[in-house]
Ligand binder design. Structure first.
Ligand code: HXC
Ligand code: NAP
Length: 299
């Protein structure tokens, strides 16, 4: 690989479709024989994680509220990779729906080895305008939902034979990102949960890590947080790698954390953001402008 190649993104597509081309960097059978349960696996980053796992021999269960969304996603994933993919509906805020989904999955798959907690909700909103229920809703999906799903998988699978958990978080809390008190607090709590569960469940051969992406193109998060809008204002010049990331880059890092390559890694957060949080402006007035204009405009 050339020097420049070390920072070049792999190809990606901005829609929730599979990659048109793919070159393996990891061993293609690194997850052979494994099954992964991926919440939020029907769209965005979660979809690409499912695809990259499947391209490395993994079978997947993709789960979110919309059965239609995961059904359509699973068809694409199976067609592109030839692996099995089971689409299931659940709401991570409702433990009984998680129990039902995991029971359903265990009828189809002998065991589940990997959990990716990708389900989340977010929007730009200043704390002063945020309703009590809006704050609670994001905490419920991101933080409580991650605990609920982890606990169900622990009780039904991982306690018996070990496993790997990867929680998708964010860098929002590191510098108190403006208009993000709800998501920043929720994801910071998940990073704490990662450490607590790594300590308690390590003796059961369970590794627990977080992965915190930066701005990732072709995602709902990027659209909601005003990615294109911010890009026009040259915000990405602030990022050390001078660009946003793509979904495949996140999926590759999740693959590392889910695979035996990281067999001695637990209780940590892998930041995958091109150095973004270290240097990007936390510009309250500019973000207020984006919010006032509607973050999804000009997409
Ligand atoms: C302010 C809002 C709001 C908004 C909803 N609410 N959207 N407040 N600004 N844009 C308020 C509502 O008014 C309500 O409060 C409360 O939040 C719950 O809203 P519901 O619509 O009833 O909730 P629900 O149907 O459960 O939907 C959850 C959701 C929704 C988060 C609001 O947007 C959703 O389902 N999102 C999933 C997809 C998503 O967000 N993807 C992006 C993830 S990206 P009141 O008081 O009126 O009852 C991400 C990036 C992180 O996390 C970091 C990037 C760098
Ligand atoms: P996304 O496509 O909207 O992903 C969120 C997923 O969560 C959706 O598939 C959604 O599906 C599911 N979901 C939401 N609420 C749920 C609930 N209550 N129960 C079950 N599933 C639920 O957005 P994304 O941008 O790719 O984000 C994926 C992950 O990356 C999130 O954890 C996000 O916080 C994180 N992240 C993203 C960025 C970024 O730049 N995009 C940056 C940092 C972190 P349904 O609507 O069908 O439920």
């Amino acid at each position: 690989m050339s020097q420049a190649g070390a920072c070049q993104p792999p190809p990606d597509v901005d829609t929730d479709d599979c990659l048109r081309e793919y070159r393996h960097l990891f061993s293609p059978d690194i997850l052979a024989g494994k099954a992964a349960f991926i919440t939020g696996g029907g769209s965005g980053i979660g979809f690409r994680i499912a695809e990259i796992f499947m391209r490395h021999g993994c079978q997947t269960i993709i789960a979110s509220r919309s059965l239609q969304r995961v059904l359509e996603a699973s068809k694409k994933l199976v067609a592109a990779t030839g692996q099995r993919c089971l689409p299931l509906s659940l709401d991570v805020r409702q433990p009984q729906t998680i129990v039902a989904a995991v029971d359903e999955a265990l009828k189809e798959f002998e065991r589940i080895d990997i959990l990716v907690n990708g389900a989340a909700g977010n929007f730009l909103c200043p704390a002063s305008a945020l309703s009590f229920n809006a704050f609670k809703t994001v905490m419920d999906i991101d933080t409580v939902g991650t605990f609920n799903t982890s606990k169900v998988l622990f009780e039904k699978c991982f306690r018996d034979h070990g496993g790997v958990i990867v929680n998708i978080t964010a860098t929002l809390s590191y510098r108190g990102q403006a208009l993000q008190v709800h998501a920043g607090a929720a994801k910071a709590a998940v990073d704490a949960m990662t450490r607590h569960l790594a300590v308690e469940w390590g003796p059961d051969n369970i590794r627990v890590n977080s992965l915190a992406p930066g701005p990732i193109t072709g995602t709902e998060g990027y659209r909601r947080l005003g990615g294109k809008f911010a890009e026009k204002a040259s915000r990405f010049e602030m990022i050390p790698l001078h660009r946003a990331g793509n979904k495949t880059e996140i999926a590759h890092s999740v693959l590392y954390l889910a695979s035996p390559l990281s067999s001695y890694v637990t209780g940590t957060t892998l930041v995958v953001d091109g150095g973004s949080w270290l240097t990007s402006a936390n510009d309250f007035p500019a973000l207020l402008d984006v919010w006032a204009a509607g973050a999804t405009m000009n997409q």
